[in-house]
Design a protein around this ligand. Sequence first.
Ligand code: HEM
Length: 215
Amino acid sequence: MNHCNFFQSSIGKKVVMATTGIFLMIFLLLHLSVNLFLFSGETAFNEAVYFMRKNIFIRMMEYVLAIGFIIHILLGIKLHLVNKKIKGEVDYAINYYFSTSFSSRTMVYTGILILCFLILHIINFMIPMKYSKTRHLISDYNIVVSLFKNPFYTFIYVFSFLILGIHLNHGFKSSFQSLGLYNQKKLAWIRRFGYLYLWIICSGFSIIAVWFFFN
Ligand code: HEM
């Protein structure tokens, strides 16, 4: 199989989905670590954000991140449409329903909700912090803290972290399977790590939102 055929094949697409997915999962851990500086106070958080923004390596990675997100989303939608065609056959559809989990069946829908969250999130934080003319008047810390004073945003954010958890529940183990990990014993461990990972991510982000809503 030449390179071109590989990326057009369903296996090739799955490998790209898995690789971009793992990359995005590493980003989430890094993002959560920076956010935890919010608990150390205004100066610590502003300095952490400043460090990330000035670091040339991180700035280059931002472009890789954007490309990673775009590939993951477009390919995810394409795979969903291809699978839907196959599942059109009734017998297959019934088998599929009983042999798959809720999170695996809803990957494309949770994915689209996460994309909506991401657009809102960039409007909430990235634009006022990086591109607005008044960005020098309010610190990054205060932009985050004042957003979570609003019950509507706190709810939308926590709801999105729950949806992210459902997406990761299937995405984590599925990425390793797509990369060729079929050993049952190892898969059991991957599943355990997956739960640990999704709990850290979902509760970590949610605790930040809820904490600043109440404090
Ligand atoms: C409590 C939860 C969260 C808080 C407080 C938060 C905070 C922030 C802040 C302050 C920035 C701006 C950084 C900058 O422009 O220098 C940012 C950027 C970003 N966040 Fe979040 N975030 C949260 C959750 C998430 C989640 C769950 C995702 C992914 C699903 C996410 C994805 C992103 C992305 C893609 C960017 C743009 C990165 C870049 O600067 O290139 N965030 N976030």
